[in-house]
Design a protein around this ligand. Structure first.
Ligand SMILES: Nc1ncnc2c1ncn2[C@@H]1O[C@H](COP(=O)(O)OP(=O)(O)OP(=O)(O)O)[C@@H](O)[C@H]1O
Ligand SMILES: [Mg+2]
Length: 253
């Protein structure tokens, strides 16, 4: 591993899609390093390749060329089976629309990723309870998703993402479906996972508020990363767009 202890090394990665006769360059020779224990935002316009990059980092998809190395493991060296096992052990996934199973309680939803482990049923339940405690929802663990607010459902989804104690948490627009107050609570919680538990978090977001919570923001445009100067300008412009918004304290609770 490099001297900077990068958890994630994306090396000259290209991802092309064939759509009919057209080849779409979702990512074009992209190189990016993310240090262990950082909370990082991936930003950029729609179609710029953010989700594509996130899917490569989490081993959901494979590059057309180049390498993705996570915690010293070159993901391309793994077979489909090995990759699935690797993901289960190392990555926690968080989505925009929570993706909870409606007929399962919060606790059962959180315990789902543990079904693949050797843990006893009792131990799985205990771990799920602990994860729900971390996100502040232990008292709701027997509730079903439909009886929880959007913010609470996302916290359950975060508990599900951390229940296996992964090194890496990836989140694709986790605040996209939440109001301002719940969005800030989720960003705060993700930051706490980094600060208190040393998790590395990579989050795709359009939310300018996220800039106050992350260590770095990388900006994509048409499948390439903006250089540092252009990225700083893009972050400033996003933050300026927040200037006219009312302060969070004023948001009705
Ligand atoms: N499975 C696919 N097949 C063909 N083209 C795809 C596929 N997935 C993504 N693309 C294309 O690759 C480009 C990047 O898509 P991606 O989903 O990474 O964008 P994004 O930055 O996440 O956008 P958004 O903010 O809208 O979610 C787009 O042009 C998209 O249409
Ligand atoms: Mg996307």
């Amino acid at each position: 591993m490099s001297a900077t202890e990068a958890l994630i090394d994306v090396r000259n990665v290209t991802r092309h899609y064939q759509r009919g006769p057209d080849e779409i360059h979702a990512l074009d020779d992209l190189t990016l390093s993310i240090p262990t224990g950082h909370f990082v935002a991936l930003m950029g316009p729609s179609g710029s390749g953010k989700s594509t990059l996130l899917n490569l980092i989490s081993g959901i998809d494979r590059p057309s060329s180049g390498d993705v190395v996570v915690a010293g493991q070159t993901l391309n060296d793994l077979s489909e089976d090995e990759l699935a096992k690797w993901r289960a052990r190392h990555v926690g996934l968080i989505f925009q629309f929570f993706n909870l199973i409606p007929v399962l309680s919060a606790r059962e939803n959180v315990a789902l990723p543990l079904l693949l482990t050797d843990l006893s049923k009792a131990e799985q339940g205990e771990r799920a309870r602990t994860a729900l405690r971390v996100v502040g929802l232990e008292d709701r663990m027997d509730h079903f998703p439909a009886t929880l607010s959007g913010g609470e459902q996302q916290r359950v989804a975060i508990a599900r993402a951390v229940v296996t104690d992964p090194d890496l948490i990836v989140a694709d627009e986790p605040t996209g479906d939440l109001d301002a107050r719940n969005a800030e609570a989720i960003l705060d919680l993700l930051r706490a996972l980094k600060t208190s538990f040393g998790k590395t978090i990579v989050m795709v977001t359009h939310d300018p508020r996220a800039l106050r919570f992350v260590d770095d923001a990388h900006h994509l445009d048409k499948g390439v990363l903006l250089d540092d100067e252009a990225a700083a300008r893009a972050s400033e412009a996003l933050q300026a767009s927040l200037g006219s918004a009312p302060p969070t304290e004023a948001v009705e609770s």
